[in-house]
Design a protein around this ligand. Structure first.
Ligand code: NAD
Length: 489
């Protein structure tokens, strides 16, 4: 079946096909069509026409909410198929794949409920003859560009509010993991989204993402991905003054005080960094731990990290899958080589596994690294791999200073039994999300996004809908009187 969807029709692309690779064994899952420049123009034109003159603009927010509800129902129907597809494409475990589909369903249900809840407001001007209204309108044609780590989940944070607000869109998923994005577009069509409203193009960032970002007929770009790509997208959008929302990387601190229960400290520190092999934007890759418990906690993390079961995400009992690609594996190897050159101690991991059944896949052992100098690249840069670094503190002020010692500001956690301290530290950390005694949870109704170089704008929650809305003021003078500014005499 062709894999591009333009103006309500599945179609091939003018740039040939590209393989989709299973990172577990480097086998080819399938070939997908690649969009060329003419496909980019056709998709944007379809979205433009559907926005400017199609029936979509006449739909009420209630009707759009119903469509979102139907998409959620279809996700439930096809849950197992979608979870398996996400596992094959990304290498994550099936348990995580199923969790992703459930989370995506919850996002669609959330925006289905929110779509018709806020039509704007009336402003009291003090003049009874004037009706002053603030109304919400869609932004227009939105380009939605997504990464490979949570392909369907990240896309749902954009598609659901963009539909709720009445926009039209062109989706550009990561070239590494396109399968579940194609599936979501199929479900949108089945749920009754009209032709031209949701389009999907496949291809690389330079070939397809960049021309979409530069396109004069696009009104907004919502992007999730790396910092450098985010910078290019903001630059490319400047020429036509597009709205941009960019969700970028993170280098997230996990601050653990000595009064934390030992088991909790170990367990959450491992969940924070090794979930999905560390390929999580909120990964707690920096363990910042109070000196007095650091040795014991790190020893136990090292012991357990060596027992993590790597393997095929489709197999029962596997705890962690591979990295997503050969290119990403090489990047992780380079980070560790640089740490070695700096004299760091590799407490465990630091290599590919020896097991013969893993030799074709892009696996890397869970790795714990200590004794790094504070300015080290590994402490500053997002690795997006299973690499945990350890920093120590002895006072609350020092813990806060270390937690904020990053140019990013996506997420972080504080572990302590002292709730006064927990709230002081949570308030002081300059990150878009701070968890107290937890790590990683997010919720459709709670905003997600970063400070600093982690991006701008927010996804999820009411603000995630507002990203896709223009605010208009309509001033209605119901009893106009001549003003006589200019007498005409
Ligand atoms: P990436 O920046 O390499 O690619 C992301 C997307 O951008 C892909 O679809 C890619 O094809 C496209 N792209 C690349 N160059 C482009 C260009 N010049 N113009 C337009 N589009 C272009 O990121 P990745 O490696 O796919 O994903 C990993 C990154 O995503 C990490 O940095 C991670 O932190 C980040 N991420 C952030 C969040 C968040 O919520 N903040 C969530 C998930 C992932």
């Amino acid at each position: 079946m062709p894999s591009l969807y333009i103006d309500g029709t599945w179609t091939g692309g003018s740039a040939g096909t590209a393989p989709v690779i299973n990172p577990y064994d480097a086998s080819t899952i399938c070939e997908v069509d690649q969009a060329g420049p003419d496909d980019v123009d056709r998709a944007v034109a379809a979205a433009r026409t559907a926005f400017d003159s199609g029936p979509w603009r006449a739909t009420s927010c209630g009707e759009r909410g119903e469509i979102l509800g139907r998409i959620a129902d279809l996700l439930v129907r096809d849950r197992e198929e979608i979870a398996r597809s996400e596992t094959l494409d990304t290498g994550k475990t099936l348990v995580e794949g199923r969790q992703d589909v459930d989370d995506v369903t919850a996002v669609f249900r959330y925006y289905a409920g929110l779509a018709d809840k806020d039509a704007g407001r009336v402003v009291d001007t003090g003049n009874p003859d004037v009706v002053s209204r603030i109304v919400h309108e869609p932004v227009g044609v939105c380009v939605l560009i997504t990464p490979w780590n949570y392909p369907l989940l990240q896309l749902s944070w954009k598609v659901a509010p963009a539909i709720a607000a009445g926009n039209t869109m062109v989706i550009k998923p990561s070239e590494v993991t396109p399968l579940t994005s194609i599936k979501l577009v199929e479900l949108c069509a089945e749920a009754g989204v009209p032709a031209g409203v949701v389009n999907i193009l496949l291809g690389t960032g330079p070939d397809v993402g960049a021309p979409l970002t530069e396109h004069a007929d696009v009104d907004m770009v919502s992007f999730t991905g790396g910092l450098n790509t985010g910078r290019s997208i903001i630059r490319a959008s400047a020429e036509t003054v597009k709205r941009t929302a960019v969700e970028l990387g993170g280098k997230n601190p996990n601050v653990v005080f000595a009064d934390t229960d030992f088991e909790l400290a170990v367990d959450y520190a491992m969940l924070a960094v090794f979930l999905h092999s560390g390929q999580v934007c909120s990964a707690g890759a920096r363990l910042i731990i109070e000196d007095s418990i650091a040795d014991d906690v790190v020893d136990e993390i090292v012991r357990r990290a060596q027992r993590i079961k790597l393997g095929n995400g489709l197999d029962d009992g596997v705890e962690v899958g591979p990295l997503v690609s050969a290119q990403h594996l090489e990047k992780i190897e380079n980070f560790v080589a640089a740490a070695r050159a700096e004299g760091a101690t590799i407490r465990c991991g630091g290599a590919r596994p020896d097991a013969p059944e893993l030799k074709n896949g892009y696996f890397y052992l869970p790795t714990v690294i200590t004794d790094l100098p504070q300015g080290s690249e590994l402490i500053k840069e997002e690795t997006f791999g299973p690499l945990l670094t350890v920093e120590r503190f002895s006072t609350e002020e020092e813990a806060i200073r270390l937690g904020n010692d990053t140019e990013y500001g996506l997420a972080g956690a504080v572990f302590t039994q002292d709730m006064g301290r927990a709230n002081r530290v949570a308030n002081a950390l300059r990150h878009g999300t701070v968890w107290i005694n937890d790590f990683h949870p997010y919720f459709p109704g709670a905003e997600w996004g970063g400070m600093g170089r982690s991006g701008n704008g927010r996804e999820l929650g009411p603000t995630g809908l507002a990203e896709y809305q223009e605010i208009k003021h309509i001033w209605n003078n119901t009893a106009p009187e001549p003003q006589r500014w200019f007498s005409g005499e």
